[in-house]
Design a protein around this ligand. Sequence first.
Ligand code: FAD
Length: 393
Amino acid sequence: MASEQRTLPIRITLVELRPCLKTIGGTINLTPLAMRYLDYLGAGTRLRRRSIILDAGLDYISFRTGRRIGNIWGGIGGVRVARHDLVDVLLETLVQEHSEVVEIHWNKRVAQIREKSEKVVLKFEDGSRHSADVLLGCDGLHSAARRLWVEPDRKKSYTGRAIAMGWGKAKDVSMRFSSGDPALRDTAIFSSPNGILLASYYEPTRTMVYFAHIMYMEEPKLDERDGWKAAGDDQLRLKADMSSCFKAGRVKGVLGAVEDCEKWDLYPVYVLPAEGRWYEGRVLLLGDAAHAMPPQGESTGLAIEDAILLAHILRKRGSQTVEQMFSQFQALRKPEIDKYYKDAMWAMQYGFQKRSWLSSIIMDWAIWVYLLLKRWRQQNHFDRDVRKLPLLG
Ligand SMILES: Cc1cc2nc3c(=O)[nH]c(=O)nc-3n(C[C@H](O)[C@H](O)[C@H](O)COP(=O)(O)OP(=O)(O)OC[C@H]3O[C@@H](n4cnc5c(N)ncnc54)[C@H](O)[C@@H]3O)c2cc1C
């Protein structure tokens, strides 16, 4: 939430639902683009100390043939880090370097949003209120800013896929090709005809390995929150699903590695429809609140880039009205986000699909071509800088 004045400096009140730093867990791939913006914000060096640098990048491995199909993102400056460490570093940077302009309020759940006399007025569940010149809804997929104000009719939808996340000790994890070479360098995606497993290091000592298994699952019939909790608590079923995907294949040790993980956390994948408003009056949505899409390893960078672009617009056009600045943001950003959205939906639909033996052969070749194209365009793809975008009007 930003208390914007006609002239800088901008003062920001950050309102967080949770009582303290808490995330859904797991690890995050950060692209070179995301890292460049994090360097600019003063968080990059701290973050690299807690991450792995993706020198070998992401290997895509056919579980059926036991071969690397392709590789992307190696040696171009991307990292992987625990989600908790990313948020912790951002918070540390905020507190140490920007405390004079940012005030943080934990444990605040928005109950009502209104506009009155050129102000946004928020009422919280604890009965307190806060007013500001504008509200930035950076509150994720379930965004209250979207539900209560910008576009209550734009509903999230379930993709039919959920992600089970687990952790193993690297000394117990030995995934090898039949040649004896280790199958895991930095990050590996094992693709079997029945499902996908991502394995990755994520901290500099490389003592732990993170696993994420994409699985097909029906949406629970119960209440959404309780239903997913019950599905996540059913550890036997999660493990059985993984065993059925990875019991027969040519990479040794994968089944043992997933069986050794003590606990799996389940996270359903929801998306928002691509079309919709990103702002209404003095309220603007950023990140997943505006454009949640299937995970493709780049969305956190997109959320950070949203914020950088908005700062660019606010700095250069402080004399414009809120409506002009917000509409400029949407006009500049939407075409780029649409491309990512289409790509992520396509990859989810065709990449994460149960396959017959024959179609998995065809799919291995299709993935090889897809990765070649992705690798060919990766340099230009991460070169852009929204701080240099010419502004409209
Ligand atoms: C399993 C999984 C794996 C992923 N892997 C990657 C990856 O490798 N790389 C990548 O780039 N992206 C990845 N993503 C996507 C990435 O997590 C999101 O795109 C990113 O977190 C979006 O950031 P955000 O700030 O918009 O929202 P969020 O990260 O969801 O943050 C929203 C914040 O708002 C708070 N909040 C919510 N409601 C309220 C409210 N009413 N009032 C106050 N505060 C509120 C929340 O507590 C939270 O702190 C993955 C997603 C999933 C589900």
